[in-house]
Design a protein around this ligand. Structure first.
Ligand SMILES: *Cc1c(COP(=O)(O)O)cnc(C)c1O
Length: 365
């Protein structure tokens, strides 16, 4: 089915949201100026607002989460340096090799449950200052984890690994594409979550429902460097307030409502648990991302994804048997309630006739 059809239930990503009339109104009436020269009042307001919310010194608007992540790591690292990251981390897996291309930085990937790092995995991973060795400069954490399953870091675990990083001379960067999902689900304040972090990248184009935009937040020194790399990466814009207005609107209106997305995700997880041929533990669904597996006897994840697409349900394949459904602003409870029956229908008909690739592309924003 055409994803633009009104009956298509698009759970492929929380990037699929369209701006609401209220958000569009905020965009249309935004005061604008030349942001490359710091003269766009709406971008400036967004940057001030986010600094206040996170209790940080400075912020810079960026085009995408990939861009703000890459600006962040460019602020901390020099060519030849290495960063520590979970093997499922977006920065290492889904940004086209950007750390190597844009900054000459290599990613040392580590394992850990739910896409998260622990002190046990990190200990001993910092290379000593020796001419033979790449210099370990940065710890990257993702919160909530995306490919890791939509989990949020327990605050004590996050503080512990960041303290360890700082004690050992590393900087810390958080890929907080969905960090507001973490605050809402965990009940920690955004200030508490960001306190142990040097730079945080936040996406507005995910659960917050904006058409585009991200922000990098940190110290004055790091953000001054990031403005320079933003220019180099082609992300310094002119009247960017037209999109920053949507971001201000989202910060003021769309954070608390993320709980609805989490409730819908949990409802979906519970319903999928009773569908024969699928496996899922509903309590693993902590935020808006619902991961489940299809019985390989029935077919693979790509085949199920394609069959569901034809039936009018968008759910992405994230591995050989793994799929991801994502709830967001444009999905309501009634739509969620229709999904299990549609999946059962598809499974009863069989999915083997669909061309299912053995391997990806599995990346999902
Ligand atoms: C979506 C996402 C990003 C940014 O992706 P863009 O496509 O550049 O917006 C970064 N990190 C995570 C974990 C994400 O889910």
């Amino acid at each position: 089915m055409d994803p633009h059809s009104p009956s298509y239930i698009d759970l492929r990503s929380d990037t699929k949201t369209k701006p609401t009339p209220e958000m569009l109104q905020a965009m249309m009436t935004a005061e604008l100026g030349d942001d490359m020269n710091g003269e766009d009042p709406t971008v400036n307001r967004l940057e001030e607002l986010i600094c206040e919310m996170l209790d940080k010194e400075a912020a810079v608007f960026a085009c995408s989460g990939t861009q703000s992540n890459q600006m962040g790591l460019r602020s901390h690292c020099l060519p030849g340096d290495e960063l520590l990251i979970h093997e499922l981390g977006h920065i290492a897996m889904f940004e086209g090799g950007a750390p190597a291309i844009l900054s000459g930085v290599s990613c040392r990937t580590l394992t850990g449950d739910k896409g998260m790092l622990t002190l046990d995995t990190l200990r001993g991973k910092i290379r000593s200052n020796d001419q033979h060795l790449s210099q370990t400069r940065l710890l990257c954490v993702e919160n909530t984890t995306n490919a890791g399953g939509g989990h949020y870091y327990p605050l004590n675990q996050l503080t512990q690994i960041c303290d360890w990083a700082h004690e050992n001379g590393l900087k810390t960067h958080m890929d907080g594409a969905r960090v507001f999902n973490a605050t809402v689900a965990a009940g920690y304040s955004i200030k508490e979550i960001c306190a142990p972090i040097d730079t945080i990248s936040i996406c507005f184009s995910k659960g917050l429902g904006c058409p585009m935009g991200s922000v990098l937040v940190g110290s004055k020194e790091e953000i001054t460097k990031a403005r320079r790399s933003r220019k180099v990466f082609g992300g310094a814009l002119r009247q960017a307030g037209i999109v920053a207005a949507a971001c201000v609107y989202a910060l003021e209106n769309n954070i608390e409502r993320l709980q609805e997305d989490h409730d819908n995700a949990r409802l979906l997880a519970e319903q999928l648990a009773s569908v024969e041929g699928l496996s899922i533990n509903p309590s693993d669904t902590e935020t808006n991302l619902v991961f489940f597996d299809v019985d390989p006897e029935i077919g693979n994840a790509m085949q199920l994804s394609k069959a569901l697409h034809d039936k009018g349900v968008g759910i992405g394949a994230m591995g050989q048997t793994r799929l991801r459904a994502c709830t967001h602003l444009d999905i309501n409870r009634e739509q969620i309630e229709q999904v299990p029956a549609l999946i059962k229908d598809v499974l009863n008909t069989g999915i083997k006739n669909y061309q299912g690739l053995e391997t990806g592309p599995y990346a999902r924003g």
